[in-house]
Design a protein around this ligand. Sequence first.
Ligand code: TYC
Length: 292
Amino acid sequence: MATVCLVYRAIVVNNSLGRCGSLLRNFQRTTLRTLSSDVSQHYQEVNGVNIHYEKTGQGNHTLLLLPGALGSSQTDFSPQLSGLNRDKFTLIAWDPRGYGKSRPPDRDFPKKFFDRDAEDAAQLMKTLGYSKYSLLGWSDGGITALLIAARHSSALRKMVLWGGNSFVAEEDIKLYEATRDINDWSERMRTPMINMYGEEYFRKTWEAWVDGISRYWTEFEGDICKAELKNIKCPTLIVHGQKDPLVPQYHPDHLVANIKGSKLINWPDAKHNLHLRYADEFNKLVEDFLSQ
Ligand code: TYC
C-alpha cells in the first residue's frame, strides 16, 4: 500500500495561463470531441435487459468505464472517450440498466443493487468476448468495479477508482439526504441529468437511489463490500479529490488500507468530478498507471 500526495505541475501551469489557457484548453477539447466520431453505439442483451454501451479504440488493452449513479457513457465519460489513447486501448463505456440509454426498464434499486450491476457488467464483457480487461470506475461505478474485481478476479488486469466507497457510514447518510431534492443541486450538475432523463424521471429515480443506498446502512450495517476487498488481486489505483464534498477522506483511506498493493493518489484541489474538470491530467495519470 502506498499513499502519494500529488501536486500537479500541469494544474499550476494551466492556472497561470488564465483565461487564454482555458480558451485554448476548451478549443483543444472541443476539437478532440469533434474528431471522436469513431465512438460507436451498441446494444447487447445481458441478463434479460438491453444494455447500451459506447465503444472506441482498437488497442490490445480493453478498458470498461463505469459511470456514477444515474450516469451514462454520454454524461460521465466524454473526455475519456475522446482523450484516452485509442491505439493502446479499446474503450467500452456502459450504461447500467435503467440509466442512460439502457432503458427500458426504468431503474429500480433492489436490496444490494450494486451486486446486480456488477453481474451485469461482468456478463456484458464476457458476452462481448473480452476475457481480460481493466476497469475505470467513478463513484457508484467505482463500487461496481470493486465488486467485479473481488468476484471475477481472473478477468481483471488493473483497476482505477475515484469517488467510490466500500461501506456506508452514518455521516454518508447525511450527505446522501442533502442531495435528495434535486432543486438543491447546482445547475451544472442538474442540467445534464435533466437533459438525459427529463425532470420527472430524474427526480423520482434520484430519490429512489438515496433510499436504495441508505438501505445498506439500515439493513446491512453499512457494508457494501468491505469483507470482499481482500479478494481483489489486480493492481489498483485509487484517486481522491480532497475537496470532494460528497466522499469523505475515510473512504479512499479505507480502500488503500484494505486492497493489497493498492496505491492512493490524493489530489488536493480536485472535487468529485476530477476526471471531467482536469480531464487531460487525469487521462495521463490513467494511461501511465495502465501502461506500467
Ligand atoms: N455516488 C454518487 C455517484 O455515483 C455520488 C454521491 C456520493 C452522491 C455521495 C451523494 O452523498 C453523496 N455519482
